[in-house]
Write a protein that binds this ligand. Structure first.
Ligand SMILES: [Cu+2]
Length: 109
């Protein structure tokens, strides 16, 4: 009887724990303004997303070549927004191929 209660409860706890991860994920907004990112560094939790919004009057091309976290938003017209998930712990360098001075460092913890 006790065994049945314990083993019947464990899978439920595991399911609740697993499904809680996406529910806790947060979205962070980083804007592109005056040919800069709105922040130069940000610390987020693994599973969080960042929405990159072009609040500038020029086109940007945000990308990362950090191993395991590569992405390319391609050309983003003014007003466009794209959301990227960060599912791996580490430091991710984000750049703009059009404006080499644009740098963002994402710390995923
Ligand atoms: Cu740019």
């Amino acid at each position: 009887m006790i065994n049945r209660i314990i083993f019947g409860t464990l899978p439920t706890i595991a399911l609740v724990t697993l499904s809680a991860v996406p529910l806790l994920a947060a979205d962070h907004e980083i804007n592109q303004q005056d040919r800069h990112f709105s922040q130069t560094e940000i610390t987020i939790k693994v599973g969080d997303t960042i929405s990159f919004k072009n609040d500038d009057e020029v086109t940007h091309n945000v990308f990362s070549t950090t191993p395991g976290m590569e992405f390319d938003l391609h050309r983003q017209a003014p007003g466009a927004s794209s959301t990227i998930p960060f599912n791996k712990v580490g430091d991710v360098e984000v750049d703009c191929s059009i404006h080499p001075r644009m740098k963002l460092l994402v710390h995923v913890r």
